[in-house]
Design a protein around this ligand. Structure first.
Ligand SMILES: Cc1cc2nc3c(=O)[nH]c(=O)nc-3n(C[C@H](O)[C@H](O)[C@H](O)COP(=O)(O)OP(=O)(O)OC[C@H]3O[C@@H](n4cnc5c(N)ncnc54)[C@H](O)[C@@H]3O)c2cc1C
Length: 284
C-alpha cells in the first residue's frame, strides 16, 4: 500500500489522529504545494481530530481550557471561538458559558471543529485516513514499513509519531482487584459507569481532571450517594480563576532542552513573579 505506486509525492505517515496528528496533517496539507506529499494518518478511531480527549460522547465532559485559548492555528487565538460563533455549535448549550463569560463547550465539539478543517483535504484525497492501529514499524532503506494491526502494510518516506496518550490501563498497584466485577478500570467506559447504581458508594482513585469527568458523568446519571476520591498528593482538580489573568513568563524565546528544565524554569518564574510579589499575593 504505497502512494508512490500511484505516482504521488513522498508518503508522510502520521501515527495517531488525535489533535496532534490531525493538526500535523492539516498544516502539511495547507502549506505544501499540491501533490508534494501523500499524507496518511493511521488512526483506529472513526474521525480525525478527536483522540482520547475529544472523542468522549458524554455531554458533561467539557474542555478545561477556555475556547479562546484553544486553536488549530497558532497565532490565531480566537480561531476556535470564531468557529463556534460562525457555526452556532453551542447555541443550544447554555452551560457552555461560565460565570466569568469564558466558553467551555462539550469536548466533542472541539473534535468536530478540528475535523471540519480536515474534511476538505480528506475529500480531495490530499490527506488519507487509514483506519487501523500501527502494530510495529520497520526501517526499510531510507524509509519505513508500517505493519498495521489488521495485517496490512504501509510504506512511508517520513514518519510522525503522534500516538501520545496510551489507552487507560489499571495501575500496577491495583492489579490484585483486576477481576472485580464492580471495578471500572477505563474511566471512559461510559457503559461501566452507567452500571453504577444511584445509591452505590464510589471510590475514585485519583483526583485530577479525569476524576472530574467521572464525577460529572455520575452526577448526570443521577448518582446521589457518597463518592470518595483518593489523591497521592492531597490535591483536588481546581476550578478556573474568577477573573482571567494574563500569562506570565516567557518560555519560548529561549527554548528548554528538556521538559524537566522547562518545569524548573516555570517553577522559578512562579516563585519570583507571583509568590514573592506582594501585589500578586494580595490578588491571590
Ligand atoms: C480527558 C482529557 C481531557 C483534556 N482536555 C483538554 C482541554 O480541554 N484542553 C486542552 O488544551 N487540552 C486538553 N487535554 C490535553 C489533550 O490531551 C491535548 O490537548 C491533545 O488532545 C492531545 O492530543 P494528541 O493527539 O497528542 O493525543 P491523543 O488525543 O492521545 O491522540 C492520540 C491518538 O493516537 C491514536 N493511537 C494510539 N496508538 C496508536 C497506534 N499504535 N496506531 C495508530 N494510532 C494510535 C489514538 O487512537 C489517539 O486517537 C485533555 C486530555 C485528556 C486526557
Amino acid at each position: 500500500m504505497s502512494a508512490r505506486d500511484l505516482g504521488r509525492g513522498p508518503v508522510v505517515a502520521i501515527i495517531g489522529g488525535g489533535f496532534s496528528g490531525a493538526a500535523t496533517a492539516f498544516h502539511l496539507a495547507r502549506l505544501l504545494p499540491a501533490g508534494a506529499a501523500d499524507i496518511v494518518v493511521v488512526e483506529p478511531r472513526e474521525g480525525l481530530g478527536y483522540g482520547l480527549a475529544y472523542s468522549t460522547a458524554d455531554p458533561s465532559h467539557r474542555i478545561n481550557v477556555p475556547a479562546s485559548r484553544m486553536t488549530l492555528i497558532s497565532g490565531q487565538d480566537s480561531h476556535f471561538a470564531d468557529w463556534l460563533e460562525q457555526t452556532g455549535a453551542i447555541l443550544d448549550d447554555a452551560e457552555a458559558i461560565a460565570a466569568n463569560g469564558a466558553l467551555y463547550p462539550q469536548r466533542r465539539v472541539f473534535g468536530r471543529y478540528v475535523e471540519s478543517y480536515l474534511q476538505p483535504f480528506l475529500f480531495g484525497k490530499v490527506i488519507r485516513h487509514v483506519r487501523s492501529a500501527v502494530a510495529s514499524v520497520e526501517l526499510s532503506g531510507q524509509g519505513y514499513i508500517l505493519i498495521l494491526a489488521d495485517g496490512r502494510t504501509l510504506a512511508a518516506d517520513a514518519l510522525v509519531i503522534a500516538a501520545t496518550h496510551p489507552p487507560p490501563a489499571l495501575p500496577s498497584a491495583l492489579r490484585s482487584v483486576a477481576a472485580a466485577a464492580r471495578l471500572v478500570a477505563n474511566p471512559y467506559d461510559l457503559g461501566g459507569l452507567q452500571a453504577i447504581g444511584r445509591d452505590d458508594q464510589v471510590l475514585v482513585v485519583g483526583t485530577g481532571l479525569t476524576s472530574a469527568d467521572i464525577i460529572a458523568t455520575l452526577d448526570r446519571n443521577g448518582h446521589r450517594s457518597r463518592i470518595d476520591a483518593l489523591s497521592r498528593h492531597g490535591y483536588r482538580s481546581r476550578s478556573h480563576a474568577v477573573l482571567p489573568g494574563d500569562p506570565i513568563g516567557d518560555f519560548i524565546s529561549l527554548p528548554s532542552r528538556s521538559a524537566t528544565v522547562m518545569l524548573r524554569r516555570i517553577r522559578a518564574t512562579i516563585l519570583e513573579r507571583v509568590l514573592f510579589n506582594p501585589v500578586h499575593i494580595l490578588r491571590l
